[in-house]
Ligand binder design. Structure first.
Ligand code: PEP
Ligand code: MG
Length: 603
């Protein structure tokens, strides 16, 4: 255990990923490796070894049951079934008896024996020419890893047995690990890798816990039990904080919580500026269960449902019926407000389809998103049919991700027509006038916006990708995080132009990238006339508060000023100046200090 005051206080700066302050004890999740000791044991040690093995099996069962429960709540029954398969493998009598026999007869430690048996079990499964059996092979490896981890006393990244609330420290988090974290057991997150808009970080924001990412080699400096402060608004982590820092951050934490409380009364009010311009404020959701949080935070519908997460951690694609259930639930819960269901955006830094071609040199420039859907018509049609079937109450919209050419849009719409024709022939009801729109997240789509606009009912600007593709900066790479900026004039010009083109063609223009959560940019986004901003639910009250404090006529000034800037620095200064002169009180509480994302270690 560390005691603050006896150890040196160290400050690390990374990337602000999820706002708020948390103060607590660290649990460090080590990088996944399956190294374990191979030991011969004496006859006298056999019973002790057997006991240790049985305890590891018991612990594994406990973990699997707890994960299953969590996945059931979050992702539904089908996803939870995977863990039934894991439990069956764990309790397989032949495997367990064989392990006990070998420990006894061969006098070798449990890790060694269990590893061998499970590896043989896996190899035997992989040789069977049956896809289902081969998939069970992956489950066997998972169970093997988990039992060996418990034998060696290592924690897994999908830690489920946190004792008390902890700050999670780790090198990297993937979206599938993220979904396993229990929001009731974590105080905050400090992660070495990742950028502000990497998908794991977007999920972290949904947990409503302060998080800092892009901390480079921070995790190597921390041990279990060390005390930490996470300032998720500034992107700062303090290890072994001294008394002065603890006092300062406790005060800041209180101030932040009070501010959040003060926002509650505006929940039911519209996001309308002082001079009467309403901007629809919707929620981005990644799982159907997040609808609750969206409604609790006063969302006006769903601006983006990332459907690919219903596929997460499953070995099979969800059926049409399963998808229908999810979509229908979201549509019903939000009725009469609109719900934009985005078709699968697989690939990139998210899971791909389970094929060998998943391994790509440049996954963000590869077989991703709408490209996968257009290449796998069965998958695409099944999803479109499910979306259409959920549209009976006319509040569902279809949205295509990552359209980069006119042909892609036309082909995608063709599939909608095909799905409609099928349903019609089957006598299944749906909304025949369903609005179909597209994301603007590739520069080519901005350049073609005038023609694309004639084919859709709405645009939704995805700045997370638009920034990465316009600036050639990987959104998840912390080494170049300084180059990934919301303030690049090229990006802001593109957004303004997209809104103008959309409006000239009589269509609605929304923005659903993380830029809409950057309060400094919101006045500009309002000023250029966006019809809707869609943000992570917990941030809705702050964005609403800001919009309700603005004057639309004043924000229009920014539409002239910002596109004239030559550098991101000038843009940021103009936006700050606007906030400080127009809304000094809000900018004091809501805006993080402007600092470089450099790593500082102070003595
Ligand atoms: C975006 O790119 O801005 C977006 C909203 O899509 P995603 O973050 O899911 O790629
Ligand atoms: Mg995107």
């Amino acid at each position: 255990m560390s005691a603050s005051g006896t150890k040196k206080e160290l400050t690390f700066d990374g990337i602000a990923a999820s706002p708020g302050v948390s103060i607590g004890i660290a649990t460090v999740l080590t990088r996944e490796s399956l190294e374990f000791p191979r030991k011969e044991i004496s006859k006298n040690e056999v019973e002790k070894e057997i006991k240790r093995f049985k305890e590891a099996l018991k612990e594994t069962r406990k973990q699997l049951e707890s994960i299953k429960k969590r996945v059931l709540n979050r992702l539904g029954e089908k996803a939870a079934e995977l863990f039934d398969a894991h439990l069956l493998i764990l309790d397989d009598k032949i495997v367990v008896d064989e392990a006990l026999k070998r420990i006894r007869e061969e006098c070798r430690n449990a890790e060694w024996v269990y590893f061998e048996i499970m590896q043989d079990f896996h190899d035997a499964m992989s040789d069977i020419d049956d896809e289902y059996m081969r998939e069970r092979g992956v489950d066997i490896l998972d169970v093997k890893r988990r039992v060996i981890r418990n034998l060696t006393g290592r924690k897994s990244l999908s830690v489920t047995d946190l004792k008390g609330m902890r700050i999670i420290v780790c090198h990297q988090l993937t979206p599938s690990q993220m979904v396993m974290l229990d929001r009731n057991a974590i105080l905050g997150l400090a992660v070495d890798l990742g950028g502000r808009t990497s998908h794991a970080v977007i999920l972290a924001r949904g947990l409503e816990k302060p998080a800092v990412v892009g901390l480079k080699r921070f995790s190597e400096n921390v041990k279990d039990g060390d005390r930490l402060i996470i300032d998720g608004s500034k992107g700062r982590v303090i290890l072994n904080p001294a008394k002065g820092s603890l006092l300062k951050y406790r005060a800041l934490q209180e101030k932040y919580q009070k501010f959040q409380q003060a926002l509650l009364p505006i929940k039911e009010l519209p996001a309308k500026t002082l001079d009467g311009r309403e901007v629809r404020l919707a929620a981005n959701i990644d799982f159907p269960a997040e609808v609750e949080s969206a409604l609790a935070h006063g969302a006006n519908g769903v601006g983006l449902f990332r459907t690919e997460y219903i596929y997460l951690n499953k070995s099979e694609l969800p059926s049409e019926e399963e998808q229908l259930q999810e979509y229908q639930y979201i549509a019903d819960q939000n009725y009469p407000n609109a719900v934009r269901i985005r078709t699968f955006d697989l690939g990139g830094d998210r899971m791909g389809l389970d094929t060998e071609s998943d391994e790509e040199e440049n996954p963000f420039l590869g077989w991703r998103s709408i490209r996968i859907s257009l290449d796998t018509p069965d998958l695409f049609l099944k999803q479109l049919r499910a979306i259409l079937r959920s549209s009976g109450r006319q509040n569902v919209r279809i949205m295509f991700p990552m359209i980069s050419s006119f042909e892609e849009l036309i082909q995608s719409k063709e599939y909608v027509r095909k799905a409609m024709a099928e349903l019609e022939a089957e006598g299944v009801p749906f909304d025949p006038h369903i609005e179909v729109g597209m994301m603007i997240e590739v520069p080519s789509a901005v350049m073609m916006a005038d023609q694309l606009a004639k084919e859709v009912s709405f645009f939704s600007i995805g700045t997370n990708d638009l920034i990465q593709y316009t600036l050639a900066v990987d959104r998840g790479n912390e080494r170049i995080a300084k180059l990934y900026t919301n303030y690049h004039p090229a990006v802001l010009r593109m957004i303004k132009e997209t809104v103008e083109i959309g409006h000239r063609n009589g269509i609605w223009v929304a923005l659903c990238g993380e830029m809409a959560c950057d309060l400094q940019v919101v006045p500009f986004l309002v000023g250029i006339g966006l019809d809707e901003l869609s943000v992570t639910s917990p941030l809705i009250p702050e964005v609403k508060k800001l919009i309700r404090s603005l004057r639309y006529n004043t924000t229009k000034r920014l539409c002239e000023d910002i596109p004239r800037c030559s550098t991101a620095k000038q843009v940021e200064e103009s936006l700050q100046e606007f906030m400080q002169s127009e809304l000094p009180e809000i900018s004091e509480v809501l805006l993080p200090e402007v600092e470089n994302n450099k790593q500082t270690v102070e003595g």
